[in-house]
Design a protein around this ligand. Structure first.
Ligand SMILES: Nc1ncnc2c1ncn2[C@@H]1O[C@H](COP(=O)(O)OP(=O)(O)OP(=O)(O)O)[C@@H](O)[C@H]1O
Ligand SMILES: [Mg+2]
Length: 266
């Protein structure tokens, strides 16, 4: 047990009626304040891992230690923010209330300087503050979920393909906001994406998953803050090529050399 990291050991999780476990002995370490991306083939267990970290589902076997607490305890303390793959908004509440709600029930909220209106403006939704979820597009709903997670000011922010339904301009602007949030506070981010470029641009470490487990971890040694030239330059391209090569192996059944580096290494 350690207060300075997330430690997942031998995590196994099966869904009823499925012949193959969604997670099969997965090990993962994420030091506090790191930005880690998970990337891997569809169905390899990324969302399941996030749901276990968020305390929404229990593992069959293995242990999950989040900075010295269990997932449920951290979640009860409102220290975990989750942006799920499909945003779940409260249908009876306006956009504004959807974003404000975690803040109301969370003692930590209100410590920072962002107001709900600033958060809405940041995700480009100031004009929709009084709308209801059924009046929003898919990308707008996703942006409400992102603003709501930011409002929580979580210790651990779990994001499941949060930018997948967004246009490129909005996506880039939210990526910058996310990096700001991460850099200004002691937030640890676990971020799922299918975009190698996005994973490299944002992360300290890219974790390539094969079905049910971690296939490889790739450190992203790029300077911060990362301007456009850093994330499009030759070093970034080399790292992206390495991630792509590991992804191909993960697709081919994970026939790789043994893991050489501790997960979460910069
Ligand atoms: N509620 C569920 N009931 C039964 N099986 C499930 C359930 N959720 C996920 N699974 C199965 O568990 C495995 C992992 O699913 P998971 O959603 O974690 O994958 P993923 O890596 O997030 O995929 P994607 O990239 O498509 O989002 C898949 O084989 C999926 O069919
Ligand atoms: Mg998923």
């Amino acid at each position: 047990m350690s207060g300075d990291r997330i430690e997942v050991r031998a995590l196994t999780k099966s869904y009823p009626g499925s012949d193959r476990p969604a997670l099969a002995g997965l090990d993962l370490e994420v030091p506090r304040r790191r930005f880690v991306s998970l990337i891997g083939p569809s169905g390899c267990g990324k969302s399941t891992l996030l749901r276990v970290l968020a305390g929404l589902t229990s593992p069959d076997e293995g242990t999950v230690d989040l900075f010295g607490s269990g997932p449920r305890a951290l979640c009860r303390a409102k220290a975990v923010g989750l942006v799920p793959q499909t945003p779940a908004l409260l249908p009876w509440a306006t956009v504004r209330r959807n974003v404000a709600l975690p803040g109301r029930v969370n003692r930590r909220a209100g410590r920072g300087t962002d107001t709900v209106d600033e958060l809405l403006e940041g995700v480009g939704l100031a004009h929709a503050a009084r709308s209801y979820p059924h009046q929003l597009s898919g990308g707008m709903r996703q942006r409400v979920a992102i603003a709501r997670a930011f409002a929580l000011r979580p210790e651990l922010l779990l994001m499941d393909e949060p930018f997948s339904a967004l246009d490129e301009f909005t996506r880039e602007s939210l990526q910058l906001q996310l990096l700001d949030l991460w850099q200004q506070r002691s937030t640890t981010v676990v971020f799922v994406t299918h975009s190698v470029q996005e994973a490299v641009a944002l992360s300290d470490t890219v974790v390539v998953m094969a079905p049910g487990k971690v296939h490889r971890t790739v450190p992203v040694d790029l300077p911060r803050p990362r301007g456009t030239s850093a994330v499009t330059g030759p070093d970034a391209r080399t790292i992206a090529d390495t991630v792509r090569a590991h992804l191909r192996q993960a697709w081919d059944g994970g026939a790789a050399e043994p893991e050489p580096e501790p997960t979460g290494a910069r």
